[in-house]
Every structure is written in structure tokens, then in C-alpha cells.
Design a protein around this ligand. Structure first.
Ligand code: ZN
Length: 81
């Protein structure tokens, strides 16, 4: 994956950078607001949470994949249909 496209003779100023993205643990959705990745991990997380994503027990969920459970008084991932 990291192999240089075009080999070492390629002088075009493109380089590989590390990007961060949130991927829904359930639906594997990885885009919102038209973005799929950020250069900063914190920005990626903030953008996700501003878009209604949440983190439950260390896993990220998009707004379609979690519900508020009134009995537990907390957000839980949706059950599989
Ligand atoms: Zn999802």
C-alpha cells in the first residue's frame, strides 16, 4: 500500500500522510458532512461527535446505530434486526 506510485523518478510533490477517520463499529459508515478523514485525530473525533456520533465502551457508533435505552439510562448500540 505504501509503495511509491511511479517509482523514485517521480518528482511530483505528493506524499503520503497519516489521516484519521471515524468508522462506525456497526455499520462501518466512515463519512459524514462530506469528509472521510482528518489529519488530526482530535479533529476527527470532534467532527464525529458534533455530527451525533458517540462512543460506547470504546467503540464508535454513527447516529443510525445507537439508541437511548430508557431502562439503562444510557446510550446503547442498536440490536441487530
Ligand atoms: Zn453506523
Amino acid at each position: 500500500m505504501a509503495a511509491g506510485i511511479g517509482g523514485k523518478e517521480n518528482k511530483i510533490m505528493i506524499r503520503e500522510v497519516d489521516m484519521y477517520q471515524c468508522v462506525c463499529d456497526k455499520s462501518h459508515v466512515d463519512d459524514f458532512n462530506g469528509y472521510v478523514a482528518w489529519s488530526d485525530e482530535t479533529m476527527a473525533a470532534e467532527a464525529a461527535y458534533e455530527s451525533g456520533w458517540t462512543n460506547i465502551e470504546g467503540k464508535d457508533y454513527c447516529p443510525d446505530c445507537y439508541v437511548y435505552d430508557e431502562e439503562l439510562d444510557e446510550y446503547t448500540p442498536k440490536k441487530k434486526l
